[in-house]
Design a protein around this ligand. Structure first.
Ligand SMILES: [Zn+2]
Ligand SMILES: [Zn+2]
Length: 389
């Protein structure tokens, strides 16, 4: 009962830990159903679509809010607060934290603490969300529900915890999502009155723009914790099992290049080469032209060269493996030149046995000449004698 009351208060004040955050973090993994209720409500809210129906405007709002807020997850929670890959002013930092709070992935400081912890212990026993240690579902969604992962360890993120406004936003991590949901509902209600041709209502826009969009946003992000350590190619031999995946890069606006990122976390871009699509980086680059952010950090040349060398070695190794696994390919290398030489030699010898061009009968002959020849062969000279005078 006391635990349920604590969990209830933590909905409002996420730093409330009567027994101490340290003790809570030391507990074994255990799902706290009361504490996790807002997260459950977020998923159940999607079922509201059965009552509110849909309209093109509501669906497009859900899609737009997915990508606009995915940019906040990747460009703000991850590349700014977790890794400080670019700079901004203190006020700009507060605006970024406000923007990122609309993603409903708790506060930026909680996000950054857990993410830095992941980089320190990637795919090790201490990693809170490794699919190799805890299994797929725990790495994807289970770890969020565990009591030990609720508190933020401010001592591990001192560079961020020194800003009281950020700590305040982190502490009241349900405030911005509630205001955001209310704004979406209000916008739907306003459009229902002033633009009835759109077919939108307040509840309909709330279900699509908030519940469905935010649930998809959570799972898109969670794919990096689960799928990006299981699916894709490993260019760099990092200590973990991180991977690069084009599909995950599309879903997450560039975070799918996770193996690159585990190799070098200090760069603003995760797609290290031009062919690795990274929309978050493109967006941050454009934002830097406005002066709102600056000091975007590049990938060091040494890391880029290491990646090219690794690609080359992987290509050679793949060719060698193919030759071993499919010996017919290596046999073909010997058979084909022999067959070609044989064909050329045969053609050359055939050329010498053929009649010379001058000795051959003409390809075309005069029609009169052909008729005379034909007449000489078919009509015997004796039969023509009576006609002659
Ligand atoms: Zn990772
Ligand atoms: Zn990271």
């Amino acid at each position: 009962m006391r635990r349920a009351a604590t969990a209830f208060i933590q909905w409002i004040d996420s730093d409330y830990c009567p027994d101490g955050a340290e003790r809570m973090r030391a507990e074994p993994d255990r799902v706290d159903l009361v504490r996790v209720m807002p997260f459950v409500v977020l998923h159940l809210g999607c079922l509201g679509v059965l009552w509110v129906g849909w309209s093109p405007f509501a669906v497009w709002t859900a899609v737009a809010l997915y990508f606009v807020r995915m940019f906040a997850v990747t460009g703000v929670h991850h590349r700014y607060f977790s890794h400080k890959t670019y700079s901004t002013s203190r006020f700009g930092q507060f605006l970024l934290a406000l923007y990122a709070a609309t993603t409903v992935q708790r506060g930026s400081l909680w996000w950054a603490y857990h993410h830095r912890h992941h980089h320190q212990h990637s795919d090790g026993p201490e990693d809170a969300h490794s699919p190799h240690v805890h299994g797929f579902w725990w790495s994807h969604i289970g770890w969020i529900t565990s009591r030990r992962n609720f508190p933020t360890d401010y001592s591990k993120i001192k560079d961020l915890a020194k800003f009281p406004e950020l700590v305040w936003l982190n502490r009241l991590d349900l405030l911005v999502p509630l205001l955001f949901a209310g704004a979406i509902w209000g916008m739907g209600a306003w459009l229902g009155t002033h633009a009835p041709q759109l077919g939108v209502t307040g509840p309909q826009l709330l279900v699509w723009g908030f519940f469905i969009s935010t649930t998809l946003l959570f799972h898109g992000t969670a794919c990096i914790n689960s799928m990006a350590h299981l699916m894709g190619r490993r260019r760099f031999k990092t200590d973990d099992d991180s991977r690069n995946s084009f599909i995950l890069a599309i879903i997450t606006l560039g975070e799918g290049w996770h193996n690159n990122h585990h190799r070098y976390q200090g760069a603003t871009r995760n797609g290290f080469y031009w062919w690795e699509i990274d929309p978050t980086y493109y967006g941050l680059k454009v934002l830097s032209w406005t002066g709102f952010i600056w000091g975007l950090k590049p990938v060091p040349d040494s890391v880029l060269e290491e990646g090219i060398r690794a690609e080359h070695a992987a290509t050679v190794a793949a060719a060698q493996r193919a030759a071993l696994a499919h010996p017919e390919y290596s046999s073909l290398k010997k058979v084909l030149p022999t067959a070609a030489a044989f064909a050329v030699a045969t053609a050359a010898s055939a050329q010498t046995t053929m009649p010379r061009k001058a000795e051959r009968p003409p390809a075309r002959r005069d029609v009169t000449e052909q008729a005379h020849e034909l007449g000489a062969k078919t009509v015997p000279p004796a039969s023509r004698a009576p006609d002659q005078p």
